[in-house]
Ligand binder design. Structure first.
Ligand code: CA
Length: 227
């Protein structure tokens, strides 16, 4: 079944090009040219992925991202301007999974979309249903429990935890996480890894500043603590 992508972009000629290319690549599309319509479609039409411009009339892309993320784990890719470096990080802080920088090529956009939809398919299987100090990862349902209570992780956060926990104690570099979890054909901004780790820690750690599960190995990367 074709996947549906919601395109929230107020510049009509950009939206037209994106939609043309998405449909040529076999996706179905929904289009919104302002913030309120984008938010409504994002929440009510259950798209498989959202391409979200930042500057939009009515409600901006950050606010849409925040509101959608409060209710849904749908993959969100922000469309940011090259000069707006802080936009990228803010979008990720608000729960976006990825961003592409305008102007982007059709090939780059499609690659990012596919990488963000691929989700768990290439990730190693974790020891199933093994509880590590209160954390239980259930691969089939992409669910994580802490002390029996489900945690509300994004797809990206689940993938990171699952990848690290598959080999406790092994230090994984940011480059490796970027490649295996984000699945980019080329490297994106490695700070995206740090932002995602921080968000993940806020959800799984008792004290995010003193992590017990996901540990930083300074200068090398991150690992899931054995005990
Ligand atoms: Ca815009």
């Amino acid at each position: 079944m074709a996947k549906t992508i919601l395109v929230v972009e107020d510049e009509k000629d950009i939206a037209n090009i994106i939609i043309f290319n998405l449909e040529r690549n076999g996706f179905e599309t929904l289009e919104a040219n302002d913030g309120p319509t984008g938010l409504k479609l994002a929440l009510e039409s259950a798209p498989d992925l959202i391409l979200l411009d930042v500057m939009l009339p009515g409600i901006d892309g950050f606010e849409i991202c925040r509101q959608v993320r409060a209710q849904s784990q749908v993959p969100i890719i922000m469309l940011t301007a090259r000069e707006e470096e802080t936009d990228k990080i803010l979008g990720l802080e608000l729960g976006a999974d990825d961003y592409v920088t305008k102007p982007f090529s059709n090939r780059e956009l499609i690659a990012r979309i596919k990488a963000n939809m691929r989700r768990f398919s290439e990730l190693p299987a974790v020891q199933e249903k093994e509880t590590v100090r209160g954390i239980k990862i259930v691969e089939e349902s992409a669910a994580v429990y802490k002390d029996g209570k489900p945690l509300d992780l994004s797809v990206r956060e689940f993938d990171i935890l699952s990848y690290l926990a598959a080999e406790p104690g092994r230090v994984v570099s940011r480059e490796e996480l970027m490649e295996k979890v984000w699945g980019f054909e080329y490297y994106g901004d490695l700070r995206a890894v740090d932002v995602a780790i921080r968000r993940l820690r806020e959800k799984i750690e008792d004290e995010p500043a003193q992590p017990r599960y996901i540990i930083t190995k300074r200068g090398l990367g991150y690992y899931f603590a054995r005990n």
